[in-house]
Ligand binder design. Structure first.
Ligand code: ATR
Length: 307
């Protein structure tokens, strides 16, 4: 079974000894790799629990949460397009998730009340530490595609981590002004660089992007440009220099054009696999309240990507 619908919840546990306790909801949801990420970890930890996909229609997320809780579900991951609707359906929302405008992890309390978290931001900070052995907060960053869902979560985390420079770049500039206003409210350390604003916005088509990239240490692609093998780089990759760290949130293909060309320019590169693993691991930590086996999760996803 690739996924269940909300009308099929009574069949969740048919023919299985272990009950479903955790799910990912989305629409479409059939391509989500979350089961391949979480099930090996649950098994390794000896948890009597299965993890499956559930397709939920837009506008029905709150209703779905209630039905899933009644079906014995104890933790939910939320993927596209439900992350905002999920936030609105929660009784409590973690402040960082509120700033990100999105929730990807639901934790139920004993009374079925829901707290929403966003593990994409903190997962990204862990991914950067793992990939480049540096703290995100020590880097000057440019977020390419900051107007999208992933871009906003990552940009918010950069501000929370006190990065001394956060440049928000997007094809559609108008999306960035309200975001900058919101993120500016989170800034709680005075500018380390003098009077200049720590958060700047720029259109992807603005020639000044070259200078913005030059002044950055970490370049993050959060656009969908690169998902297709024939896609170009989201910005001219000749602007990448050897001092840059380049992180592409895309993990399939494993090496986008941007990553290939950035590496050829001498930069250090990493793809979004580490973000996928760490955001998932953080969800599992919230649900189980214990450390989770990262290596097993990584192997699970790698096996799934090979299929
Ligand atoms: P989500 O919000 O689910 O992460 P999205 O709405 O498709 O996904 O947005 C992803 C990001 O990719 C956005 O920043 C989007 O730019 P716009 O805000 O201008 O739409 C960016 N994006 C998508 N296709 C693009 C392209 N061909 N060139 C540049 N940026 C692109």
């Amino acid at each position: 079974m690739k996924y269940f619908t909300i009308d099929q919840l009574s069949a969740l546990n048919e023919g299985h000894e272990k009950p479903v306790r955790f799910v990912v909801i989305g629409n479409p949801v059939k391509h989500s790799l979350s089961p391949q990420l979480h099930q090996p970890a649950l098994d390794e930890l000896g948890e009597e629990a299965r993890y499956v996909r559930v397709e939920v229609e837009e506008g029905k997320v709150g209703e779905a949460f209630q039905k899933l809780y009644e079906a014995g579900i104890r933790g939910i991951n939320v993927t596209v397009p439900h992350k905002l609707e999920a936030l609105e359906a929660c009784e409590f929302v973690d402040p960082a998730a509120k700033s990100m405008g999105a929730v990807n992890t639901i934790v139920f309390d004993q009374n079925g009340k829901k707290t929403g978290f966003n593990t994409d931001g903190p997962g990204f900070a862990r991914a950067i530490r793992e990939e480049f052995s540096v703290d995100l907060g020590d880097l000057k960053v440019v977020v390419i595609g900051a107007g999208g869902g992933a871009g906003r979560a990552i940009a918010t985390q950069c501000v929370i981590e006190n990065c001394s420079q956060v440049i928000l770049a997007n094809r559609t500039l108008e999306k960035l002004a309200p975001m900058k206003d919101q993120l500016s409210k989170l800034v709680h350390r005075e500018d380390l660089e003098g009077p200049r604003d720590r958060i700047e916005t720029i259109a992807l088509s603005d020639p000044a992007l070259e200078e913005a990239i030059e002044s950055s240490e970490l370049i993050i692609n959060t656009t969908s440009v690169g998902l297709k093998a024939s896609d170009p780089s989201p910005f001219p990759s000749r602007w990448v220099e050897p001092h840059h760290l380049v992180y592409d949130t895309i993990y399939n293909p494993a090496r986008t054009r941007l990553l290939r060309e950035a590496q050829a320019q001498g930069a250090r590169i990493a793809n979004g696999l580490s973000l996928l693993i760490h955001q998932g691991a953080l969800s599992l930590e919230y649900w189980l309240n214990r450390d989770v086996p990262l290596a097993v999760m990584r192997q699970g996803v790698k096996n799934a990507l090979k299929d």
